[in-house]
Design a protein around this ligand. Structure first.
Ligand code: NAP
Ligand code: G3P
Length: 486
């Protein structure tokens, strides 16, 4: 599978109207591994002219695709899920080298994505329309009936981040195409080899020419042009708040679905099961080196139980494995880039300079940041508010649940929050007041399972993902009103 989408020297190609093509001037982007800086492959650096062509192709392909019966579209998705799993080993090897995700997490992402694709097909087949009789509204009679179905929007521009290059691309592609849209996928540059592989999987499954196309290239170079292209009917973006805000400012009259940054707080109340809380904080804060939007990114703990919680978190952190995922499954891997590691190191230094207590870690080796925990973090420290996207957790001590809620809500972000308590009244008291998309009770913050609604508020996003929600977001009602004349 892998071989057919690349030519000699691992030069990968783009999928355009069913063909695997490079770009005219053969300009490529070299993709180096964050693990050992080895060359993993190259992808074409697409131009604005290329993008014009791809979007036209997607427009043309979508017209025919929207006429294909739902059950046939669903069968293609079921096949794509099977092909994805059949090729998991080859894709895992690419993922490990391209984004430094360990084998276990890479495998899990692929199987989770296959389940996502199947569930999307199941869900779409059961999303019937409705008919509304006119006489339920004052002044109207039964001779007027609205028959409502869902229709596709047209061309969906799907832009995905580096950290889940398969799941966060498929979670845009599958709901978009099942309801009759076509897709232009712009994968993260560091993750584009995975993205192109995924496109091949969908093509192998029978997605017709022009329905799924890819554009590779640096977002900083082609992103603005793509998102403002008049041929794009919907933008499904997952990535940083910085880029998301920029896209929302430069686009107009195009619907957006955005999942952005986060600073998810784990709030630990005085009656919490501290072992449960510590386990979830460590798993939620440090897996894949904290490079998850839904990672636990701060701990707000009641002073009364803080010392005991810090002790337990520190103990659990000693079990974290650190190293190169090419050698073994590890929790802490080198960060995706030197720029990312530099940023995390800046936050660490700022916290130390401003007097935070360094409980664990604080070390760096190349792009590898060792798991780090700060206690007694205060509001003047950057780590209290900024998203590290790295294995660094700040503990802020609070006097009561209201102070925890106040600090949690002061964040610009509003993705998820978690509250650890044995008291159901307190759980709902906190959950009702947190300005986030989702509150986890007695669990780490996380997106899965993928049919749950997943959304960020404030600087964490626009709109709602989650299989049914994504299908609804990328389609619209179409009403046909029957007027009976006799
Ligand atoms: P990023 O730097 O914002 O990049 C995300 C995507 O946007 C990439 O495909 C990138 O392409 C593209 N892009 C960059 N500039 C663009 C522009 N001007 N116009 C259009 N597209 C542009 O984010 P990342 O580093 O990949 O991922 C980390 C961030 O994403 C974190 O903030 C994390 O919280 C967030 N995230 C959120 C979720 C969620 O579900 N809420 C999930 C995962 C990640 P290039 O790669 O070529 O630059
Ligand atoms: O960061 C991306 C988001 O999809 C994470 O998913 O299930 O690991 O919280 P999950």
């Amino acid at each position: 599978m892998f071989n057919c989408i690349k030519c000699e020297n691992n030069n990968f190609k783009n999928l355009i109207n069913g063909e695997w093509v490079g770009n005219k001037d053969n300009k490529v982007i070299e993709i180096y591994s964050p693990l050992d800086n080895s060359l993993v492959g190259t992808v074409p650096a697409m131009t604005q002219e290329d993008i014009d062509h791809v979007i036209q192709v997607a427009k043309d392909g979508q017209r025919e695709w929207s006429k294909v019966p739902m059950n046939e579209r669903a069968e293609i998705l079921y096949k794509a899920a099977d092909i994805l799993v059949e090729n998991a080993n080859e894709l895992v090897d690419i993922m490990i080298r391209e984004i430094g995700k360990d084998r276990k997490s890479s495998k899990s992402e692929i199987h989770r994505t296959a389940d996502f694709i199947r569930f999307t097909a199941d869900t779409a087949k059961n999303m019937a329309g409705e008919s509304i009789p006119g006489d339920t509204f004052p002044g109207f009679k039964r001779n007027k009936i609205s028959v409502v179905n869902r229709e596709p929007l047209g061309v969906v521009l799907a832009i995905s981040p580096f950290n889940y290059p398969i799941n966060l691309s498929a979670s845009k592609i599958a709901p978009a195409i099942i309801v009759g849209n076509s897709v232009v996928l712009k994968p993260a540059t560091q993750g584009s080899l995975c993205g192109l592989y995924l496109a091949k999987v969908f093509q192998e499954a029978g997605v017709p020419n022009g329905v799924l196309n890819t554009i590779t290239g640096k977002g900083s170079e082609i992103g603005d042009y793509a998102v403002t292209h008049k041929g794009v009917n919907f933008i499904n973006f997952t990535g940083s708040t910085e880029v998301g805000v920029k896209i929302s400012k430069i686009t107009s009259m195009v619907p957006l679905l955005m999942e952005l940054g986060g600073k998810d707080a784990a709030i630990v109340l005085k009656d919490a099961d501290l072992d449960l809380a510590a386990n979830n904080i460590v798993a939620g804060g440090y897996s894949y080196s904290g490079q998850r939007c839904t990672a636990v990114k701060r701990i707000l703990v009641l002073e009364k139980v803080a010392d005991e919680l810090v002790k337990k978190v520190k103990e659990k952190m000693s079990n974290l494995t650190v190293g190169n995922p090419l050698d073994k499954d590890v929790d802490i891997v080198p960060l995706i880039s030197t720029k990312s590691a530099d940023f995390v190191e800046e936050l660490i230094k700022d916290a130390i300079d401003k007097g935070a207590d360094l409980v664990v870690g604080g070390k760096r080796d190349g792009n590898l940041i060792y798991p780090t925990l700060f206690d007694n973090v205060t509001g003047d420290m950057r780590i209290a508010w900024e998203e590290p996207f790295g294995p660094v957790l700040p503990i802020m001590r609070v006097k009561d649940k209201d102070e925890a809620i106040e600090i949690a809500n002061k964040s610009e972000y509003g993705l998820q929050g978690a509250v650890f308590t044995e008291n159901i009244e307190d759980a709902f008291y906190v959950a009702d007041r947190l300005e986030v998309g989702t509150v986890q009770v007695n669990n780490k913050t996380e997106r899965g399972p993928d049919h749950f609604p997943f959304l960020g508020v404030k600087a964490s996003g626009i709109g709602t993902q989650g299989i049914r929600y994504s299908i609804e977001s990328m389609s619209r009602p179409k009403a046909t009103v029957i007027n009976l004349v006799r």
